[in-house]
Design a protein around this ligand. Sequence first.
Ligand code: FES
Length: 168
Amino acid sequence: MKEAAAVAIGGAATLVPVASGLLVWLDPLNSGGGEGQSSFSRITGLESLPADGVPRKFTVIADRQDAWTKNPKVPVGAIYLSRSAKGDITAFQSICPHAGCFVEYRPAKNEFFCPCHNSSFAADGTIKDPKSPSPRPMDTLAVEIRGNEVWVRFQNFQAGHREKIPTA
Ligand code: FES
């Protein structure tokens, strides 16, 4: 009788941590979803991007995976795209690397400007005014041309660092 009870108690003592571990492992909160995940999204057709070097703003539409739900094709952010006379396409995150405000493009000065703390960036994304509090240039994003379409790997990065560190 004592041996049977010992086996039962020992089994229960083993099962509880194993079951807890399984629940944590299967929890969607740990599935790696969310804004940090990155994959390429179709942004626009090449015909919408004149080869004049002028940055143009586009909304990024992608599937968003939260902890429990998947929302297909929702706005997840905004980027700037520019196409040089040579045809090279550059993509910039629209979020300021200083503290996360939205950066605007000012055509009259051909610069990006963040109104929160006055960081300014040249059209190529480099820091324009040395007094800008931004610790790094604007964040570039990977671009792929697929046929006649522009695809971008949309990512968010941590603000306030010299290095580009993707958000988790
Ligand atoms: S958030 Fe852009 S300058 Fe501070």
